[in-house]
Design a protein around this ligand. Sequence first.
Ligand code: 5AD
Ligand code: SF4
Length: 443
Amino acid sequence: MNVYDSVRMADVLAPHGYVPTDSPVDADMVILNTCHIREKAAEKVYSEIGRMRLLKQGREAAGERMIIAVGGCVGQAEGAEIIARADCVDMVFGPQTYHRLPELVAQVLQKSGTRVVDTEFPEEDKFDHLPEESASQGPAAFLSVQEGCDKFCTFCVVPYTRGAEQSRPVAAVTDEARRLAAGGCREITLLGQNVNAYHGTAPDGREWGLGRLIRHLAESVPAVQRIRYTTSHPRDMADELIEAHRDVPQLMPYLHLPVQSGSDRILAAMNRQHTAEDYFRIIEGLRAARSDIALSSDFIVGFPGETDRDFADTLRLIREVTFAQAYSFKYSARPGTPAAGIGEQVPDPVKEERLAMVQQLLQAQQEAFNHNAAGAVMPVLFDRKGRRPGQIQGRSPYMQSVFAEAPDRLIGSVATCRIAAVHNRSLRGDIVAAAAPSKRVSA
Ligand code: 5AD
Ligand code: SF4
């Protein structure tokens, strides 16, 4: 979502003469688009501000200016505190106010020494005030359809930083998808903090869920050959969405569905509103709908009160489901969240130990999944040059990185590949056909 937001910030600033640059050294403005989800991410912001401060001083010594802005969820959560703590920061704003960037920049530029904070949750809809996308995102693009979250998991800052759940209308999403397709996009990842809670107003006046939206996009934007969505909550895996996995070939057979823990006690304490058994049932439904679906998830170890037994339940869930890929984190107490106040915090060495165990298991599952691809024939969307000359690189339906010796002209298209070798972080493919067949090729 932050990657998407950064692209949209570039869009909103483009009419004012700003262009993205690869290096902050010669930048007139540096925007740090920040993440508040865990302590480590939030801490990075201050060290990054320190680095930018030196660059700013260098520019000022040469008689030039550099605006330093902090956007994103750390901006939202800490607001004026950042201004107080870091004297080089000119501007702080949140994820819901970046459409106002031109005004904020104008205020800062108007009078030297002006510093502004805008962390409101405004009445107006950000998307109504953003220009059409100018920056092409290339063959694989993000499209935000839903923002915010009303779930209030007890460990999570998102409901406070991103605000209440909001869905964009179907027509706005479809128009954006069409424009992306016209710019060469072949794969769209629909984004939302709780994307499968999507309930956008449709042209028929009703509210459509994500499954209906996906069907609609598949039908009305045929140039988009692949559709993905992230991130989902198990509670919102509606039948209609599971059926879309059965019926819509464009919908990729890969799903990131965070479960966080395999212990019902911990799931309840996290306010996840489902049990481990519920999660198994959903996975069963998905596999019945699309037998080749591969799964990814998020796990938190060391949530307050987590015992060895609870942790064993998490390992059991992982063994039972088997994941193609997953992210795992040590629980990090976040200010203002209910879990941060629970007395029974798990000591860090225990968290470390559990994290190592969970990662070892997940890593083994990921390796097995990748090795299973050897010899398989699968469509690959090539979206960039490879690391070596003569190579191009792309993604399998399962988000595996695939490289092949092939001409650059294949970048931007889906080609059929036979997987010739499995490396640590990528697969090597041989091109079998320059265009993917219209029917599914299963691994
Ligand atoms: N501590 C550790 N991990 C967290 N996540 C969210 N909040 C926390 C926290 N306080 C993880 C969850 C979520 C992912 C985006 O980040 O696993 O799914
Ligand atoms: Fe955070 Fe996701 Fe829970 Fe919402 S559903 S509170 S974004 S973990």
